[in-house]
Each structure stands twice: as C-alpha cells, then as structure tokens.
Ligand binder design. Structure first.
Ligand code: GUN
Length: 288
C-alpha cells in the first residue's frame, strides 16, 4: 500500500519561515522601527550546546535579528546569571532572552527560566507562558513543539480529531507538545518512563511524535500504516552521524509522512525562535 512516506521537509520549511520573519523585520525597520534583538546566553562549554548556540546565532543573521552574545564560564554562579538576566530584562534593545539549557548542575534551571521577563521569554519556558498555553491563551510558546505544529501545517496536515501519541514528557518538548496538539483538537496520549505498554499506544497512533533522545526504543513494525511520524530525537551514533529516535528507512515503509533527522525538527526549532523573537518585538508573523 505504502511505497515510502512523504518527507516532512524541515529544512525547506524553516527557510520559508525565516524568510517570512526577515520580510516582516525589514519592512518594520524600513518604516523606522527598531531592529529586534535577541540575547543568547551560554554558560560553560558543553559541546552540543555550543553547536546549537552557534547555529542559533547564524539564524539571527539570516532573519535580520541582532544577536547579542553572552558566553559565560562554567563556574558562573546562579546569582551572577540572575543578575545578567535582570539587566537584560531592563534593556530596551533586547526583545528576547535565550539561556541555553542544560545549565551547569550548580544552577537551578527553573529559577533561571522563571526570572526571564515573560514578555522576553522567547523559549516559552516561563511558568506563565506554559500556563497560558495550557489555558488556550497561547503567548510565547516553546520553540520545538511550535515548530512541529508549523511543520505539520505547512505540509497540509491537520491534527483535529486524530489520535496523537507523544513519546516523552519533558518540559522542553513532550509536555508543551501535548498542549499544542490538544489546542489544535487532537486526542493526545503522552507516554513517559513509567508507561507500561508503549507498543500498544504506538500501534493506536495516527500521529506519532518521538521525543525520547534514544535510538530504537520505538520499533518500526509498531508504526501503523499511514501514520504521521515526527522524530524530535537527536542522537549521535557510534559512526559519529546524527540520527533520530526512529529508524528512518523501515519507518518510512509504513508511514505516510515522516520527518528526517537531520533536516526535520531541528531547523524548525531554530526558525521558530526567530519567529518568537520577532513576535516578542511586537511584529506579526503570518506563517504558514
Ligand atoms: N536545549 C535543548 N533545547 C533547547 C531549547 O529549545 N532552548 C534552550 N534554551 N535550550 C535548549
């Protein structure tokens, strides 16, 4: 029935989103508006975080956003980081504040995410913004789940009335992903480490979102024919290559749509950060 799935092309979609953001920003600046600014804060030198942050800074350039870099040593105290956030909260040239996670162990993440002014919380991690999403009053929304929704919409996929299974319940992806799908009228099941029968849930999914961060937990033969598969996982294999949670080739034989890794959700997360920053600066971004 299914030769091979169609690709949810995150690279092309993210480029379209960034160029929409850029268009809105250049029009705003041409009309005398201030160019939006994003403070990008990196504490320590976790190699993966350094790579992500570099890519986010490059995306700012593409989107016409001024990136302000704050690279702090790993020994930075929580008080010092909070002091920087207080300054950035007050800075009229900073529209968005991004503190890359994870933070060094001696810094409590929730103290940091909740210290960022909610109007500048372009990651959407502040309790206020998560609460707004839960209450169907979305404000600034976490980038990965919002990016997944844009990726689906851009490819003409509707979630209303369908059974979405979200695998993983993290604050950054799984939980807000559940809220986004619920907001759009999906019936959502969220699985996590205490879920006893993942296989039977996956077998009942119309839409499967994997945000585990481990390869091969979901077996391709569990995936129903015609499923829409979104792979949020980023795993580095023994061969040094990046791969998702799901084995792409075998899953693509069953799915109708599937997002690749790399080139799926990752670029959508970063493009959505640009969208959120422009929106935090008061611009309206019409996408998709
Ligand atoms: N670490 C992994 N994903 C993210 C993200 O979306 N935002 C931030 N700030 N840190 C992350």
């Amino acid at each position: 029935m299914n030769d091979s799935a169609q690709i949810l092309d995150g690279l092309a979609t993210s480029q379209a989103l960034i160029s929409t953001v850029r268009g809105a920003i250049e029009a705003h600046v041409a009309a005398g508006g201030r160019r939006p600014g994003l403070a990008v804060v990196l504490v320590g030198n976790d190699p993966a975080s350094s790579i992500y942050v570099r890519a986010k800074r490059q995306d700012c350039e593409k989107a016409g956003i001024l990136a302000r870099d704050f690279d702090l040593p790993a020994e930075t105290s929580e008080a010092e980081l909070l002091e920087l956030i207080d300054q950035l909260n007050e800075d009229p040239n900073v529209d968005g504040i991004l503190v890359q996670l994870p933070l060094p162990k001696h810094i409590e993440e929730t103290s940091v995410t909740n210290r960022i002014a909610w109007r500048k919380d372009v990651d959407g991690f502040h309790a206020f913004n998560v609460g707004k999403l839960a209450l169907r009053q979305p404000g600034l929304r976490p980038c990965t789940p919002r990016g997944v929704m844009s990726l689906l919409t851009h490819h003409g996929i509707k979630v209303k009335g369908r059974h979405a299974v979200v695998v993983g319940a993290s604050n950054i992806v799984g939980r807000p992903m559940t809220l986004e799908l619920l907001l759009q009228g999906a019936t959502v099941t969220t699985s996590h480490r205490f879920t006893s029968d993942l296989e039977s849930l996956v077998r009942q999914s119309d839409i499967l979102i994997s945000a585990i961060g481990k390869r091969g937990i979901i077996q391709s033969e569990w995936i129903p024919q015609g499923c829409i598969v979104v792979d949020v996982g980023i795993n580095r294999g023994e061969d040094g290559k990046i791969a998702g949670d799901i084995v792409f080739e075998s899953a693509a034989q069953r799915a109708n749509w599937i997002s690749p890794v790399p080139g799926g959700v990752g670029p959508m997360t970063r493009a959505t950060l640009m969208q959120n920053t422009a929106e935090a600066a008061g611009l309206e971004i019409d996408f998709p």
